[in-house]
Design a protein around this ligand. Structure first.
Ligand SMILES: Cc1cc2nc3c(=O)[nH]c(=O)nc-3n(C[C@H](O)[C@H](O)[C@H](O)COP(=O)(O)OP(=O)(O)OC[C@H]3O[C@@H](n4cnc5c(N)ncnc54)[C@H](O)[C@@H]3O)c2cc1C
Length: 428
């Protein structure tokens, strides 16, 4: 095990969090948005371009939540597989939900191109490794379902052919999705912040919202910079939701996700291990996600961390290093340049939610797949405020169940994760 040199995201080398100049909080605006990640910024942009006065409040530097820490894999996937989703919601709703992911993914590409955001977006394709033989068959069934319903060109790669995709013996083949790619998440956030500011939105960093109170048909938003009277409020705090939004906090479980970045690897090593430089995932419940850096020179390897953690606490990463070496034994001894982690947000049903409660809008619960979904649902929430269409969604206004016996401290996480890990080991 080697020591990492930096405990900040690799992404911050090219796009460090931007400290915003301190600006006064306006006492009134059409829409107040809580959280300046992809969701909050997408909502702000849509509203500002429709002529609304908008203020965005973030407790910290904008983007310092998950939006500049993630793996940058633009899957727009849902945590449940297509077959699990059909079991849970029935074929019609499940198909509509998946179809929305296809549309949202295509819309992300359109958005990046239209806005001219330089974030190294690449439709590289994604390989999903089957961790057990029977997983290969499940993935093959899912590929059939996906192709029948959405014509996305998913193909299966058998174990004997998988070296063309990935230099490991660990998988039993896998599924190739040509419709999924990757981007540089911090450059994407930075580009969004630029267009949002150009559109006239006031983004306030280090200005936490402390509470929201309904006042007739408007709202009082209490911030550390003063109270704001707003016609509408959109909450986009996802995995970083704190006690200021207690209703949402009881409905989302923040789960820590961690990434390690290797030092630069020789081109011939990268050619052997990730010959097509694709995004990667695994079929286990507690599986890994990983990818090459956008310049193709190093591997960024991510996975969950067990237990309940406080933000900004340094966490051990030897388990991830061990898993990386199990996957690619020839990397044993390779140095790590960066190690970091952040929170993803899981609702009980592990599917995003777009909804209104007491007039406040929520775009949340992206369950580790917010690169596509957060921007999409932030934009949808804005369309709902505008009330002129575009806010429809298969994910809207569903029952958003509170987690039983939970007030924001996920005391039950270690037990659940141990249960998932055991199921992964037993293959059930
Ligand atoms: C390590 C890691 C890897 C990931 N990898 C991927 C991936 O490869 N692909 C993918 O699709 N998704 C991935 N995700 C998930 C994805 O990053 C998130 O779903 C997405 O960024 C969520 O965006 P958001 O705007 O909803 O929330 P965030 O970007 O988390 O922003 C929420 C913001 O709310 C602010 N906030 C909270 N409370 C308050 C308050 N009271 N007042 C003011 N501001 C407040 C926080 O400061 C924060 O900036 C990953 C996440 C992590 C952590």
């Amino acid at each position: 095990m080697t020591n990492a040199t930096k405990f900040t995201p690799y992404w911050w080398e090219a796009a460090p969090p931007r400290e915003l100049p301190e600006t006064d909080v306006d006492a009134a605006c059409d829409v107040a948005i809580v959280g300046a990640g992809y969701a909050g910024l997408a909502a702000a942009l849509t509203l500002a371009r429709a002529g609304k006065s908008v203020q965005v409040f973030d407790a910290s530097d904008p983007g310092i939540g998950a939006s500049t820490r993630n793996g940058g894999i633009g899957s727009g996937n849902l945590k449940p597989s297509i077959s699990q989703l059909i079991k849970k919601f029935g074929p019609q709703r499940a198909t509509t939900m998946y179809a929305e992911g296809v549309t949202a993914r295509a819309d992300l590409k359109r958005f990046i191109e239209d806005e001219g955001i330089d974030c190294q977006f690449d439709l590289s394709g994604r390989f999903g490794g089957a961790c057990r033989e029977e997983h290969f068959n499940n993935l093959a069934r899912d590929a059939d379902l996906l192709n029948q319903n959405f014509d996305i060109g998913a193909t299966m790669v058998e174990r004997k052919d998988q070296q063309a995709e990935i230099g490991t013996e660990l998988y039993h083949g896998g599924m190739l999705r040509p419709d999924i790619g990757g981007l540089h998440p911090a450059q994407f956030h930075q580009g969004m912040l630029d267009v949002v500011e150009e559109a006239g939105v006031k983004v306030h960093g280090y200005t936490p919202v402390q509470g929201i109170r309904r006042d007739g048909s408007a709202y009082e938003v209490m911030t550390t910079g003063g109270t704001v009277k707003a016609g509408h409020v959109i909450v986009c705090t996802n995995g970083y939701t704190d006690g200021a939004i207690p209703w949402l906090r009881r409905r989302l479980v923040p789960v820590a996700s961690q990434i390690i970045a290797t030092q630069e690897l020789a081109p011939e090593v990268m050619d052997r291990l990730m010959p097509k430089r694709r995004m990667m995932t695994e079929s286990r419940i507690m599986g890994h996600y990983y990818r090459p850096s956008p310049d193709g020179t190093r591997i960024l390897f991510g996975g969950r961390i067990y237990g309940q953690h406080e933000a900004d606490q340094p966490l051990p990463y030897d388990h991830l290093y061990r898993d990386l070496i199990e996957l690619f034994p020839e990397l044993d001894g390779v140095g790590l340049s960066h190690v970091w982690w952040g929170f993803v947000a899981f609702p009980m049903d592990q599917v995003p939610h777009l909804m209104e409660r007491d007039g406040v809008l929520y775009a949340t619960g992206f369950s580790g797949s917010g690169v596509v979904w957060a921007r999409w649902f932030g934009m949808k929430a804005a369309y709902r405020v505008l009330g002129q269409g575009g806010g429809e969604s298969a994910f809207a206004d569903r029952i958003f169940q509170a987690v039983p016996f939970y007030d924001g401290r996920p005391w039950f996480l270690p037990a659940i994760q141990a249960w998932y890990a055991m199921r992964d080991r037993l293959g059930v």
